[in-house]
Ligand binder design. Structure first.
Ligand SMILES: [Fe+2]
Ligand SMILES: [Fe+2]
Length: 173
């Protein structure tokens, strides 16, 4: 779904019946991250191109984390069943920010490249953990209407925080 269509959904106010549930958006973003990670890990691409893909990955991860926290993680932080998973996701997001900051500061290209690839391994681990633990439990526990409401919140924050290159995944076609 493109962002214009998504906005139309939001404006029409019929999302209670038609708007997708939040997990489907989360998974679309995760998929877009994996496409970018493949490029960062590619042995055929030159460093300058890899740096560009990593920059796009960073923008996508940051927009995704902001939306994921607003729609899912923060509301679950005090929920007896979900608080451990939610707090773990939240703190992991903070670590991702530290790593991005550290990589940006690095001057030596080879070290930058090495750390970008290591970061992708950590990100993959984070995505898998959410997909295997948090998302299935969330999907099974909450009513469709709350999951759709969370989907709407997710898209709102994604649209607000997305750079032009991070209008992919949940905001893509
Ligand atoms: Fe996350
Ligand atoms: Fe996520």
């Amino acid at each position: 779904m493109n962002s214009t269509k998504t906005l139309k959904f939001l404006e029409e106010g019929d999302f209670a019946q038609n708007f997708p549930e939040v997990v489907s958006f989360l998974l679309k973003d995760h998929e877009a991250m994996r496409d970018l990670m493949d490029k960062v890990n590619s042995s055929r691409l030159v460093p300058s191109v890899i740096f560009k893909h990593f920059k796009n990955l960073e923008a996508l991860v940051k927009s995704h984390m902001a939306a994921e926290e607003a729609a899912l993680v923060n509301p679950l932080k005090h929920h007896p069943k979900f608080k451990d998973e939610a707090l773990e996701s939240y703190e992991e997001h903070r670590i991702h920010e530290h790593i991005f900051f550290g990589i940006r500061k690095l001057k030596a290209k080879d070290r930058k490249l090495a750390q970008m690839k290591i970061y992708c391994e950590m990100l993959e681990h984070h995505l898998k953990e959410e997909e295997h633990d948090l998302f299935p439990q969330y999907k099974a526990y909450f009513a469709r209407s709350s999951k759709r409401k969370a989907g709407k919140k997710f898209i709102r924050v994604r649209l607000k925080t997305a750079k032009p290159k991070s209008r992919i995944g949940a905001l893509g076609r």
